[in-house]
Design a binder for this molecule. Structure first.
Ligand SMILES: N[C@@H](CCC(=O)N[C@@H](CS)C(=O)NCC(=O)O)C(=O)O
Length: 192
């Protein structure tokens, strides 16, 4: 699979974890470079990673790529969802926390004095609420499923980029510890 993305993005990382788990080799186009960005813009108008080219298809968005991988290759050792609507809620919540914190990251990186503003407070409080809610979901963290691995990617990225103090997400901390030694988790840790 050709995968457009970086070694830092939590959305790219979840695809890399699933690819490793289901035995699909990844040839990564590094979109952290100007050349990689130029290539990315040729395949998608969205200008976000990950994008995958696999089985003659070009797929936008981590959720679509993961859907393709699990539909065509199975789940490997990943626990398949017992209730896909419940899993959809978990993943949508994780994505909402990430999207909120990522917006702050980009604004800070572009020099916008965002910290301490009502907007920033709202984004961080949304992440607080989501992590508290996730921590109260029965069964979350009992097995290595898509919600668990996506949550690990989100929290690791927040620590890596210092964008959200993950000690505020104490109710899901156990989950990160439980799967920290998983080979696909270890092999994909964010790095510059
Ligand atoms: N819903 C998308 C989100 C992807 C996303 O936000 N990717 C970030 C990197 S972590 C990105 O490419 N951002 C570039 C930008 O917004 O300009 C997915 O799940 O793939």
């Amino acid at each position: 699979m050709k995968l457009y993305g970086t070694t830092t993005s939590p959305f790219v990382r979840r695809v890399r974890i699933v690819a490793q788990e289901v035995g699909v080799t990844v040839a990564r186009i590094d979109t952290a470079t100007e050349a990689g960005q130029a290539e990315l813009r040729e395949v998608t108008p969205i200008r976000r990673v990950p994008i995958a080219v696999i089985d003659g298809r070009t797929l936008f968005d981590s959720r679509a790529i993961i859907d393709w991988l699990t539909t065509t290759r199975g789940y490997g050792e990943i626990a398949p969802p017992r209730d896909r609507w419940r899993e959809g809620n978990l993943l949508n919540a994780i994505d909402a926390a990430l999207d909120s914190v990522i917006q702050l990251f980009y604004l800070r990186r572009d020099g916008v004095a965002i910290d301490g503003t009502p907007f920033a407070t709202r984004q961080l409080e949304r992440a607080d609420a989501i992590f508290a809610w996730l921590g109260a979901q029965p069964g979350l963290g009992m097995q290595f499923g898509l919600a668990e691995l996506s949550l690990i990617c989100a929290l690791d990225w927040m620590d890596f980029r210092n964008t959200y103090p993950t000690e505020r997400a104490a109710s899901v901390a156990h989950l990160r510890i439980a799967f920290a030694d998983h080979p696909s988790v270890l092999a994909t840790k964010p790095h510059a």
